[in-house]
Design a binder for this molecule. Sequence first.
Ligand code: HEC
Length: 120
Amino acid sequence: MKSKYLIYFLVIACFASCSYNNEDDLTEDIIIEDVVTYDDNIKAIIDTNCILCHSNPPVNGAPMPLTTFENVRDAVENRDLIARISTTDIGFVMPLGGPRLPQNLIDLVIQWQEEGLLEN
Ligand code: HEC
């Protein structure tokens, strides 16, 4: 009788350890999903909040378009885009006139820059 339970235990232990949801797999998934890219994360933020004015051609006095990867990367590198979305100065903040973007979206753009402004 005892050995019967032992076999059940071994079968269950085997299935549990054969699951692909082990720690290594999960860690790997998280790292892959965590990389911020223009295509996956940034384009949607800009399309929703910025191209109202930063269209091509730009309107409402905006000086440049933000409709392509190259446009947005250039604005981060040369036009202080991150300072403009991060500031709490309502006279300076982008989107123009506010409200400021939610902090999690600002953090994504900052992370995008830290990870090298990847397109995809
Ligand atoms: C309602 C129109 C409008 C919206 C929406 C808007 N902008 Fe602007 N943006 C402007 C105008 C007008 C200027 C030029 C005046 C200034 O710099 O404040 C400008 C300037 C900028 C500049 C500085 C450009 C330079 O060369 O100095 C950046 C960077 C910028 N916008 C980024 C953004 C981002 C990112 C968003 C979305 C989160 C956004 N803007 C949304 C109108 C807008």
